[in-house]
Design a protein around this ligand. Structure first.
Ligand SMILES: Nc1nc2c(c(=O)[nH]1)N(C=O)[C@@H](CNc1ccc(C(=O)N[C@@H](CCC(=O)O)C(=O)O)cc1)CN2
Ligand SMILES: Nc1nc2c(ncn2[C@@H]2O[C@H](COP(=O)(O)OP(=O)(O)OP(=O)(O)O)[C@@H](O)[C@H]2O)c(=O)[nH]1
Ligand SMILES: [Mg+2]
Length: 460
């Protein structure tokens, strides 16, 4: 999509999920799609009204009977002319329609759309801002109801509205500051007169509030990677199964049952938790074979990439010296894991007493303590909000808000100095403003845009 000319080609794609569906849509967008309508439908279409009839092949025969919809520019999803052919959803029918469109649109330069290209056009034609365009993809990819609802909220502009509100307040302050810069003799009391410091503090507080919301939104979108780790036979696979409510991993009394990672995504309060059960850890020299060694290496790899690590212990074996030594060894290797990411969990509490130990006590067998574990995992992830009112966000947005907050903090520092330099103050405000604009795409590098849209599914 780097080629600018390609931005103006008409495009077409199958807009529904591949495979069999009752109904499927082929959608085209371009400056003027009348030749396409003539060729496939044969009669002019009343704008935004469904028209039922044959969708024709080149020889005039019907490929299918379906609905045709014309959204004349600019009142369409992309802001260009849009034609939708709603046909029966079989993959062959839809491929035939797509091929027919390409044939009929050849003189227009019609080509197959790249992933995200329809939504990219909606962005370029100011139908959506960047955060809303991202929410389109997040809505389609949402894995929980809470994620879908919050993506819908972002698509509706809830997040953009917050960001625009912050930007507007910064702009007003910037205008004041920059006007004063032209009159050096007034600089000194500007900060007092306009209560610039007070305004700045209010804005900084508001940025923190939106940052908190965006963090929750990013958590909803990205979920939390949780790894179950520990010695063989402590009940890791049993715990995965208990959390997932399904027999996903093999459980046996034999130590070393799990040889490779098994992952499953579950949800707690709508937050996706990507849980990985791993091969039991023991001394490399104790490994029975190459398979076990590779399995353990993968366990460690998962631990490195995890947001939270459940270090699982067997409550019935805590007094055994061999067991203690092996646990101590694992603890040693887990030392570089941020303690905030580590949960000490004792399993098989149905068969032994907790004593005065600290940690979480559970039974994968009876389900005791699992609710507390679920809540502990959410807490570890920093989940606070009830999903109502949360809008979806991405790590990218969280980072931009952090940048904004940092520049506001620097501006505050400048303003606090006795001989405050207004130009430095102004510069930090400009950078804070720019960070916010990255979220809505009013100030974004082309490569960032390309990166965002290329991750869409085809036809979006
Ligand atoms: N059949 C179909 N269903 C769909 C879509 C689609 O493209 N086709 N959408 C695709 O994602 C979503 C709906 N999004 C849409 C967004 C704007 C417009 C549109 O025509 N906008 C005009 C008019 C607005 C109005 O009348 O208020 C405009 O913005 O000017 C259409 C669909 C979900 N459902
Ligand atoms: N009593 C009791 N037994 C349990 C509990 N959890 C697991 N077990 C038993 O402990 C044994 C080992 O369980 P697994 O889930 O296979 O243990 P693992 O940690 O996955 O073991 P590896 O895959 O070998 O590393 C099985 O016999 C389970 O039935 C529990 O909470 N209580
Ligand atoms: Mg196992």
């Amino acid at each position: 999509m780097s080629d600018l000319a390609r931005l103006h080609d008409p495009i077409v794609a199958i807009a529904t999920a591949p495979g069999r569906g009752a109904v499927g849509i082929v959608r085209a967008s371009g400056r003027d799609l009348r030749p396409l309508i003539d060729a496939l439908v044969g009669t002019p279409l009343k704008p935004r009204h469904a028209h039922y009839g044959p969708l024709r092949a080149a020889d005039g025969s019907a490929i299918d009977h379906g609905l045709a919809l014309h959204f004349p520019a600019p009142h369409s999803y992309t802001g260009e002319d849009v034609l939708e052919l709603q046909a029966h959803g079989g993959p062959v029918v839809l491929q035939l329609l797509l091929a027919r469109c390409l044939e009929a649109g050849a003189s227009l330069g019609l080509r197959v759309a790249e992933p995200g290209e329809f939504t990219q056009r909606a962005f370029l034609n100011d139908k959506l801002d960047l955060a809303q365009a991202e929410a389109v993809a997040d809505l389609i990819d949402a894995s929980t109801e809470a994620a879908a609802r919050s993506a819908s909220r972002s698509l509706g502009g809830a997040f953009s509205h917050e960001v625009d509100g912050l930007a507007e307040r910064i702009v007003r302050l910037r205008m004041l500051v920059e006007a004063t810069l032209d009159f050096p003799e007034e600089e000194i009391d500007f900060l007092e007169k306009a209560d610039a410091r007070g305004q700045l503090a209010t804005i900084a507080t508001a940025v923190q509030r939106v940052l908190g919301q965006a963090r929750q939104g990013a958590l909803l979108r990205e979920g939390l990677r949780v790894v179950l780790a520990g010695q063989p036979n402590v009940g890791k696979s049993s715990l995965l199964n208990a959390l997932a409510g399904a027999e996903l991993a093999i459980v046996t009394p034999i130590a070393g049952t799990t040889r490779d990672r098994v992952s499953e995504t579950i949800q707690i309060e709508g937050v996706p938790l990507h849980i990985t059960d791993t091969a039991g850890l023991r001394d490399d020299s104790a490994a029975s074979d190459e398979v076990e060694r590779i399995g353990m290496a993968r366990s460690w790899e998962s631990i490195e990439g995890a947001d939270a690590v459940v270090f699982l212990h067997d409550l019935t074996r805590l007094d055994e010296p061999d067991y203690q030594a092996a646990d101590a060894q694992i603890s040693q290797r887990l030392q570089h894991v941020d303690p905030a990411r580590l949960l000490q969990v004792y399993n098989k509490a149905d068969r032994a007493e907790a004593g005065d130990r600290e940690g979480l006590f559970i039974s994968a067998k009876t389900g005791a303590g699992l609710e507390t574990l679920r809540r502990a995992l959410l807490e570890r992830a920093g989940w606070q909000a009830a999903p109502e009112g949360v809008f979806i966000a991405r790590t990218r947005h969280v980072q931009a808000l952090r940048q904004c907050a940092e520049h506001l903090a620097l501006a505050t520092e400048h303003a606090a100095q006795a001989d405050a330099q207004l130009d430095l103050f102004a510069e930090e405000l400009r950078l804070a403003h720019q960070a916010l604009q990255q979220i809505t795409g009013r100030f974004s590098a082309d490569d960032l845009l390309g990166e965002i849209f290329s991750r869409f599914c085809i036809g979006k």
